[in-house]
Design a protein around this ligand. Structure first.
Ligand code: AGP
Length: 608
């Protein structure tokens, strides 16, 4: 989604801002811009449609030495992607960048038009700039105008702005859209995502909702919406340059697929103990009595996070008999008249910790008094701060839009939570033994699969990249990974892909099978093998172009069979999923797609 950067200090702002915008590219965007100001309040505004490199090329011919500036990457909501709709917006004395959506912008626009404001863009953001400019005509400080404007708007915002009336100040504010401030000697860096701050400083302040910051070379002062001073907490940024570089891989997506053994180890580290077959999650903040009382686990997320919840739910059901699990798509749940039974704990799953729909569910569940725990990656993110406790998955920065290592670790974290509940309920060590042992083995098993299958998958991908349609099929614990696999192929391969439960094929989707489709079939050699195999046979009889991913040695008839050797039983789908990630990646590469920043997508979906 949209990205914000800002800088005030003694260095040339333009280069710092463009560098910051490049770091935010992974979030997805369609236009970019920067505005800078010198000490005499002379401004330079550059905007362009398309990639940040276009903006950078423009900056080559419009270089400035200005030391104050703001920048933005825009993911279009109101109005098409164009230079005209790109940020920063300039109205009167004000230059402003905005993430989020101003819901009542039409009413405000109408009011401002009566005061002779003429709008050059289709955006809600320009209206906010105009509103601040309008109010600033009668206020003694810009802060007063900003607080006044923010009290009038309905919606979500992360903003950074400056006025030509004061060349030594940038004002920022947030509500429902993240903003982080980096502090250094005589400098303040502003960003909507920590990756833009790496290398500049590791002293950061995460803005809370309804806080406003006045940034100058002396530092930052925070206020609330009534312009009352608020204390700021300076924290250490735990993100290094290495984490946001490709390090020899062609794409972040491939790097992150290969990082999974290490990232999963860091999720599990200090939390599972194979000697005692036990699990301890420090951040859950629940006593054994409270854990014992849990009867329902509600898992909420979007996209891959939702599928991770579903996958872990399948596992947890196997080792607990008095817990009902439900996995919910946050964008649906938030508007449903859903019921929450007593003794429910909600797990809020989000890599970014900023997904708007997931956050809205968290807020609604908290309003109803439901205990909410976060399964989050981004430290300090909004969801991480608003939950009652939780588990950081600690996979490091996930830059590629397509989520891979987060999925694997979300499944592990939720499963560990289930194990901890089962432990508290008195499940025998023996009953949990296999799960704890397999979680412990999983990183090594993923390592082996990456090493042994990558070349084969690359070859298959080249051959199957010609298809425009795909069916991903699996039964039982293979079903969530069929859904996740299809999602990966859609987003990076731009191939229409459906994920289906094997037993559902005959209820409709089998009609799709023809020469335009290929099928990915997850076939685990377990107690359901015979049943799953007969679905495969039925597909083959109708001319399927099936790629079977399996751990069996038995004879299988299919166009391609990828055989995985693994010590795992229960967690086998987790290694199948890694094969499926590789398949989507290599197909995307073979089709020449923009693997890390797929079209129309954003890394973190901070608007509905
Ligand atoms: C996954 O590949 C997607 N890009 C997307 O479905 C993602 O998982 C979803 O938007 C949820 O994001 P979150 O984990 O940051 O909340």
């Amino acid at each position: 989604m949209c990205g914000i950067v800002g800088y005030i200090g003694h260095k040339e702002a333009q280069q710092i801002l463009i560098g910051g915008l490049k770091r935010l590219e992974y979030r997805g965007y369609d236009s970019a811009g920067v505005a800078t100001m010198d000490k005499n309040a002379k401004t330079t505004l550059l905007r362009s449609k398309g990639k940040v490199t276009e903006l950078e090329a423009r900056a080559q011919t419009h270089k400035t030495k200005d030391t104050v500036g703001i920048g933005h990457t825009r993911w279009a909501t109101h109005g098409e992607p164009s230079k005209r709709n790109a940020h920063p917006h300039h109205v009167g004395d004000i230059y402003l960048v905005h993430n989020g959506i101003i819901e009542n912008y039409q009413d405000l626009k109408h009011m401002l038009a009566k005061h002779d404001y003429i709008f050059k863009s289709d955006t809600d953001s320009e209206v906010l700039a105009a509103l601040i400019d309008y109010l600033n005509k009668d206020t003694s400080t810009l802060l007063e105008a900003v607080t006044g404007a923010l009290k009038m708007v309905v919606g979500a915002y992360g903003i950074a702005l400056f006025s030509v009336k004061d060349p030594n100040e940038i004002i920022i504010a947030r509500k429902g859209s993240p903003l982080i401030v980096g502090i250094a000697e005589g400098e303040v860096f502003i960003a909507s995502d920590a990756s833009a701050l790496v290398g500049h400083t590791d002293r950061v302040i995460y803005l809370h909702d309804s806080e406003i910051g006045v940034c100058s070379r002396e530092g930052i002062q925070l206020y609330d919406l009534d312009a009352q001073v608020v204390d700021a907490e300076v924290e250490k940024l735990e993100l290094d340059l290495q984490a946001i570089q490709k390090e020899g891989f062609d794409h972040f997506l491939l790097k992150e697929i290969y990082e999974q053994p290490a990232s999963l180890r860091s999720t599990l580290s200090g939390r599972i103990n194979v000697k005692t077959n036990s699990v301890k999650l420090g951040g859950v903040n629940m006593s054994d009595d409270e854990l014992r009382d849990i009867r329902n686990i509600m898992i909420v997320g979007c996209g891959t996070a939702y599928y991770a919840g579903m996958m872990a739910g399948y596992f947890i059901e196997q080792f607990t008999d008095d817990i009902t699990i439900r996995s919910e798509v946050a964008s649906e749940l938030r508007y449903r008249s859903f019921h929450v039974p007593d003794n429910t704990v909600a797990l809020i799953v989000s890599q970014s910790g900023e997904t708007a729909d997931t956050l809205a569910c968290l807020q609604e569940l908290k309003r109803r008094g439901v205990k909410c725990l976060g399964i989050v990656n981004a430290v300090g993110s909004t969801i991480a701060r608003e939950v009652d406790g939780g588990v950081y998955v600690h996979v490091g920065a996930e830059i590629s839009v397509a989520s891979t290592k987060a999925f694997t670790s979300q499944v592990a974290a939720i499963t560990m939570f289930g194990l901890m509940v089962a432990q508290a309920k008195g499940a025998s060590v023996k009953a949990l033994n296999t799960y704890v042992k397999e979680l412990y083995l999983l990183p090594g098993e993923i390592e082996a699969v990456l090493e042994n299958t990558s070349t084969e998958i690359k070859k298959i991908a080249k051959e199957y990249a010609r298809f425009e349609h795909a069916l991903y099929v699996g039964r039982d614990t293979q079903f969530p990974i069929a859904l996740e696999g299809a999602l990966k192929l859609k987003e990076v391969g731009y191939i229409q892909a459906e994920g289906y439960a094997a037993g559902e094929l005959k209820h409709g989707p089998i009609a799709l099978i023809d020469d335009r489709f290929f099928e990915v079939y997850f076939l685990q050699d377990n107690w359901l093998y015979e049943k799953s195999q007969s679905n495969l046979i039925e597909m083959n009889a109708r001319g399927a172009h099936a790629v079977v991913i399996t751990n069996t040695d038995k004879r299988i008839s299919a166009e391609k069979v990828v055989r995985i050797k693994t010590k795992l039983e229960i967690l086998t789908p987790m290694v199948f999923n890694v094969v499926s990630q590789l398949l989507a990646y290599y197909i995307a590469v073979a089709r020449g797609n923009d693997v890390d920043q797929p079209r129309n997508l954003a890394k973190s979906v901070t608007v509905e």
